[in-house]
Design a protein around this ligand. Sequence first.
Ligand code: PLP
Length: 369
Amino acid sequence: MKNVPFLDLKRQYQSIKVEIDSAISKCIENQHFIGGNEVQTFEENFRKTYNSKYCLSVANGTDAIYLALKALDLPEGSEVITVGNSWISSSETITQSGNRVVFCDINSEDLSINVDHLSQVISSKTKAIILVHLLGYPANMEKIMKIVRKNNLFLIEDCAQAHLSYFDGKLAGTFGDIATFSFYPGKNLGAYGDAGAVITNNQNLWKKMRLMARHGAINKGTHLMEGLNSRMDTIQAAVLNVKLKYLSKWTEERIAAAKYYDARLKGIKGVEVLNFDSKRRHSYHLYIVKVENRDDLIEYLESNGVETGLHYQTPLILQQAYDYLNIETSEFPKIMEVKDKILSLPIFPGIQKAEIDHVCNSIKCFYEG
Ligand SMILES: *Cc1c(COP(=O)(O)O)cnc(C)c1O
């Protein structure tokens, strides 16, 4: 066994090359690059996948969150809560949309949002939550929905890592007012460049987001307001139309790989496998373990040809970008507890058992010699 990449997209491409090449060359032959059938078809297919009333394709997952927040049109000075250990899109969009970021802690056993802490950080100014289904593991929606209703909050689900994740038989992304998706190439459903989408059952919110994402124009030449240019390219939609058909199968492959990892890693001294509730279908965008002596392990794995990742190297609460919030790290005990232990191992559809064996054997060798 030589190298185990963190993510191998070439393998996926080889398995669908004929379809992808044909879909892309069709766009080029027709010189269709903006809008068109492919985009409409994607919106329709994605909407149906989620049994949702409306879908709007946009340029990327960050724009999706920004547009969702803008559409809520929150009063000045509103606070929006998100987790303190996510990708910065989940929080920077809160500020960009004119609101105030409030961070919330996670659980140490599953890295999901800590609902007790969530309740504690809600104030009279809190108007919305950007709920990140981190790693692909759905948050505890039973408890979250109680909190949302009790406090009369808007709920935006950031599903950038959670395509086809379920909480108790219901798709993550169908609980809140709006769900946002990223199709960044490395995501579970990845385009061949940047792309994103929002889904909602609320026609009014969908109309507002569409207007804003299309320069505030109701038709060519008539602008009701200033907006932005956030479109999904035709070629990206064509790629996603091919890949969407395989998403379910690829998710099953991720789950099988994760189960295999769990079985191989349990019992290794120095490694703690995360603990997930079986009522939730985790789509394993990331496979994370908590480990002792992480930096040495990363180096050892690298020398054994195993690529790993950190999600995230520095949590948002410790980023310089949030110095202005004067965050007390003692209010985030779980993020602080896990931040130097979490390690993301290679996972992707098509990863071979022999590759996982090599990763696990190398980890075992590191700790047990
Ligand atoms: C990837 C990601 C985004 C942003 O997606 P882009 O398409 O890269 O803009 C937002 N939130 C989370 C949790 C992500 O992982």
